[in-house]
Write a protein that binds this ligand. Sequence first.
Ligand SMILES: N[C@@H](Cc1ccccc1)C(=O)O
Length: 483
Amino acid sequence: MELTLNEKRLLVALEPLGPIDAATLADRMGARKEAVVQYALLASDRGLASLEKNIRTVYSLTEEGQKYAGEGLPERQLLESFDEEIPMRDLQQHPLARIGIGWMRKKGWIAIKDGIVSKTGTDAPGADEQAFAELTEGSVDTGLSGIADLQKRGLVEETETVRYTVAITPEGRALVTKGLDLREEVGTLTREQIITGEWQNLNLRRYSVEKLPKRVYPGKNHPYQRLLDEMRRILLDMGFTEIQGGIVQSSFWNFDALFQPQDHPAREMQDTFFLSENQQLPPGYERVRDMHEHGGGTSSTGWGGAWSTAKAEQCVLRTHTTCLSIRHLAENPKPPVKAFGIGRVYRREAIDPTHLPEFEQLEGIVMDEGLNFRHLLGFLREFYAKMGFDKVRFRPGYFPYTEPSVEPEVYVDGLGWVELGGAGIFRQEVTAPCGIEYPVLAWGLGVSRLAMLKLGLRDLRHLYRSDVEWLRQTPVLAGRLEE
Ligand SMILES: N[C@@H](Cc1ccccc1)C(=O)O
């Protein structure tokens, strides 16, 4: 048990005394009252002193109450202002009439008849008047009867004062009797003190290694941002280059270039945010048109029907990041291409714990000679494993732009298999109009979903809400899910 110097001083000061008010003790010790209470608290934790807290309620006159001090309550002053009787009209001239008349009646001191106010003869001071007289002398701390009435009238107010009584315990006294080292404590040593060996004679302050320091919350990146950065890092490490693009895209890039028919349900109003802007079609768009209408120069028959330029020109908030992939491929049709993009996408969704109208996707493409479906599954497995998901499986899926298509799923303890995006090999209907001659592996992953799993959230909205408590509690190094 290592006492601080302040505690020792407190005990020495207390030793010759009985229980004492903290403020008085503070004066004697030349310390602040708050500090003395603090030392006493420490000493009482060790059983060397006791600290008692007394809350005292004190009543005193309010500002209005002060106005009547010495003169008496308004009704008393008013009563004394006339003899036996007085016409009401005259009494009303008195400055205290408004307050006093009511009270005089209530107390039964007067009767009013035919506009004449007359004394009843009973006018003994009540409990309130007696209390008022005492309060005029100074504040009181007993609940005098009558005080409540004065309080209600706003003449008296109640204040609470806290007093601490400090005393030394027998254990504390024994310690003082044994003798306490009251030398100044030294918290830091000077070079001189070390060299000369003087430190050996000093009273070194002990540090408690058991006390927890105050928690600090340094600035840090948002957990979601950290996760996105982690994914970016993984893909860069895997040899991918990052691609970016605008949030506003023409329907041409968001849909048509990906061989999504112009009457595809996903394009309909309930899924897509259409904008009133239009964007000119790129040179060579005719090849996409021909592909839709009849399959162009390929073995495909296309979707048939007439393809509308106007529909393709209409801008949308991108509904997936696959538009970035196809634009990048159209500009880089020669292999090898290994690219990824992370970006926000928009869909007209009703908001609920797992759906938001905006969320992030991670898109990837790999184009090279000789690539096949197994490579695609390999890339996905590898990426998920690096993200901490070891169990991955693939279910057949459908997308208008890939063949074959799969939906990767990862296994999450407690949740089971969770779908985490779509993938496939771009169809010739997508690649041919861009002049691409080699297979393109493509995938799009819902990263907000993935973040939810990694961060153990039940509600997607949490990612976009800056809940300070959650931000503080979320560790910088988000562990793997199973930990
Ligand atoms: N764009 C698809 C995902 C996907 C990307 C690339 C290939 C296949 C599927 C989606 O938003 O769900």
